[in-house]
Write a protein that binds this ligand. Structure first.
Ligand SMILES: [Zn+2]
Length: 410
């Protein structure tokens, strides 16, 4: 196992240098760096006994033939954010390849085929829309996205062509869903929970749903020196009270997180009472009903706070993303694999989005989180230990065994 995990660490290191920017890892969709990464990873997939193809958007798909006609998909993504860490996405692809490599080295064929998917765009760095790669793979591609433009004015249509694909063929692949046993993704946790619990891996229960809202508090601007404290309509004080209410309410609702990440006070001068504030709200929870209840509670509280300060409140609903549950049966097999490896099973939701969410409409999904140092991600300081990577490979190997037992049942 040590050899396998050290190969994975070396490969992550090597891919960490395949970048569009010197001295930082930045690998957007369709870039020269992603092309190079695809070339390198293709070689590793072939070396693990897989046949290869690159689909129209540029996802790399390795196929390890099994004896039955069903397929299990393993994977993650190879693109990165700007100035990224070496493991977000990449680690999951490397673990998937290592699992197939172990089978290949033993000359073992499973009663199902394994497809390793290395998605070409999850982060959405170049076109500002996430999951382009997995959306094409899962037949969820939004046709309107073809006209999105990057920072140089290049359209997605042009980028797809330049990357060797046919932009008019980004359609559902018409796969028979019954063929699929599921999709399992290993990914760094991007949070501190596993580290706090001293566990190398955890089982993802759901990918949190998300509500985004814009809020405006309208009060009355006035002279900071002449308007008495009594009777002020200070829009920033209303916003401040609301921000603390968001924190209090989210703490009172187990499993929820809520954040005000942006705030602007107008007119924005040191000697003027703020007449207007604009803020953002982000609410997440693995259960849509709970998230909606919390969101609605915060709307009521925003209106009450505004009224108590004789301000107006404008609530501007934004993006609503439903939660995606992991498949209980497939996740149970993954949990058994964790137990088989002699560890405690810890279940946790994912606060961040993942390719698995795109695949959920297409196949049962399960996710294995791998502990990462300090919960840091999207940052060059992203770090995992070789020991934890070894554990993840072992768990995934045992997971394949468990799937095999299920697949061979009459
Ligand atoms: Zn990722």
């Amino acid at each position: 196992m040590q050899e396998i995990s050290s190969t994975i660490m070396e490969r992550c290191e090597l891919l960490g240098n395949v970048s569009e920017e010197a001295g930082a890892l930045t690998r957007p969709y369709g870039s020269r760096a992603l092309h190079e990464a695809n070339e390198i990873v293709s070689g590793w997939m072939r070396g693990a006994g897989m046949t290869m193809r690159q689909d129209e958007i540029g996802n790399l798909i390795g196929h390890y033939q099994g004896s039955g006609d069903k397929t299990l998909i393993l994977g993650s993504h190879l693109d990165t954010v700007r100035d990224a860490g070496k493991y977000d996405g990449i680690l999951g692809v490397m673990i998937a390849i290592a699992c197939v490599q172990r089978l290949h080295d033993r000359g073992e064929r499973l009663p199902f085929s394994i497809e390793v998917a290395a998605f070409a765009d999850e982060e959405g760095l170049r076109f500002g829309t996430t999951f382009l790669g997995s959306s094409v793979y899962a037949g969820e591609f939004d046709e309107g996205s073809r006209n999105l433009r990057d920072w140089d004015g290049v359209t997605l249509r042009e980028a797809v062509s330049a990357f060797g694909g046919d932009p008019d063929a980004l359609k559902p692949i018409g796969r028979r869903v019954g063929d699929l046993l599921g999709y399992c993704e290993a990914h760094i946790e991007q949070g501190p929970v596993l580290e706090e619990r001293d566990l190398p891996v955890g089982i993802v229960t759901a990918i949190n749903g998300q509500s985004r809202v814009g809020l405006v508090f309208d009060g009355n601007a006035g002279h900071a020196g002449t308007v008495p404290m009594e009777g002020r309509q200070d829009a920033l004080c209303a916003a401040a009270e609301f921000v603390l209410e968001v924190e209090r309410a989210a703490r009172a609702e187990p499993g929820s997180v809520a954040t005000v990440g942006e705030i602007a006070a107008r007119p924005g001068a040191s000697n003027v009472i703020p007449g207007r504030t604009e803020l953002s709200l982000d609410v997440r929870h693995p259960d849509d009903e709970v998230r909606e209840r919390l969101r609605d509670h915060l709307k009521t509280r925003a209106e009450e706070i505004a009224a108590s300060r004789r301000c107006d409140c404008e609530w501007q609903p934004g993006q609503e993303t439903p939660a995606v549950s992991a498949d209980p049966d497939l996740s149970a097999l993954l949990a058994r694999a964790v137990e088989d490896s002699g560890m405690a099973v810890h279940r946790l939701p994912s606060g961040a989005g993942h390719d698995a969410a795109q695949l959920a409409g297409f196949a049962p999904i399960a996710m294995l989180f791998v502990r990462c140092k300090g919960g840091i991600s999207h940052n060059p300081a992203e770090s995992v230990t070789q020991e934890d990577v070894g554990v993840a490979v072992e768990v995934m190997g045992r997971f394949l065994e468990r799937v095999k037992e299920g697949a061979t049942l009459p």
